[in-house]
Design a binder for this molecule. Structure first.
Ligand SMILES: CC(=O)[C@@H](O)[C@H](O)COP(=O)(O)O
Length: 261
């Protein structure tokens, strides 16, 4: 069972809550996929600033009623300062020390600003937050985040919302090899269940995704498909996968085969 910051999680799928056709469908997708947690953007939801969407409103009650841990996120923040303030507000609203730390550095790629990210992570870890940093697959940045106090890393596999899947498998593989004991959760860019299975086959601990489910033709079915893929990938990793080989190797033994002269 996956344990993160001392909390045991019921599965290896974390779902985002944005872009669904309706709030009800978020609940259905979370249940169908057996998601172990949901991530929520405090800024995005609060920005709508209506009685229905504000911190006491329908959206928030629905999120709380899902019965899974809430992982508030700092989506939309561009500086360490903004992210720290947003995290502090999220702690008050949700009563949790968990924070998915996003500090965006580039408008086109939504790539994290890793410098601001590390700074924000250091401040938040010092303040007692359990920080889940959305980062790139850069090993040096990963080291800095761990030095700052993070116990989980969330590398992207492709830009947020791109649905491209793992564009640099070697980097993800090397991150897994460098940090065998750190909880690694792929966050962003997963487009298909097969992408999720692929990263789980590499030994990743979990997957966080949003767009691929929320924007699917049928989000509920898609959540179920992702749940199956994540379990399959994890089981395959446990089973011990063969490394690809350059040459053919007969699968049927030839020893003892009759020979005709
Ligand atoms: C919801 C959330 O936190 C996103 O910022 C996250 O990174 C998911 O990315 P995808 O929408 O590409 O799955």
């Amino acid at each position: 069972m996956l344990e993160v910051y001392g909390k045991k999680l019921s599965s290896r799928l974390i779902l985002g809550t944005a872009q669904y056709p309706s709030p009800e469908m978020i609940g259905e997708a979370v249940r169908a996929g057996g998601a172990c947690a949901v991530t929520v953007s405090l800024r995005r939801e609060s920005a709508q600033d209506t009685a229905a969407a504000g911190p006491g409103g329908i959206f928030w009650s629905m999120v709380r009623s899902l019965g899974v841990p809430v992982l508030p996120n700092t989506a939309g923040c561009h500086t360490a300062r903004e992210a720290v303030t947003t995290a502090q507000m999220a702690r008050d609203v949700f009563g949790t020390n968990w924070i998915k730390l996003e500090v965006i550095g580039n408008h086109d790629t939504l790539q994290p600003d890793v410098f601001e990210l590390v700074e924000a992570a250091r401040i938040l870890c010092d303040e007692g937050f359990d920080v889940f940093p959305y980062t790139t697959d850069d090993l040096v940045v990963a080291e800095r985040l761990l030095d700052a106090g993070c116990r989980v890393l969330m590398p992207w596999c492709a830009p947020i919302g791109s649905a491209r899947g793992p564009v640099n498998l070697d980097a993800l593989r090397s991150m897994r090899a460098h940090f065998p004991d750190i909880c690694l959760i792929v966050d962003a860019g997963i487009g298909r269940p097969s992408h999720a299975a692929t990263v789980m086959e590499l030994g990743y601990d979990a997957v966080l995704l949003n767009t691929a489910v929320a924007r699917a033709g049928d989000p509920v079915y898609m959540a179920r498909a992702f749940a199956g893929a994540i379990k399959a990938g994890r089981t395959a990793w446990h089973a011990g996968l063969l490394e690809p080989r350059d040459f053919a190797v007969p699968s049927t033994p030839v020893i003892g085969m009759a020979t005709f002269q």
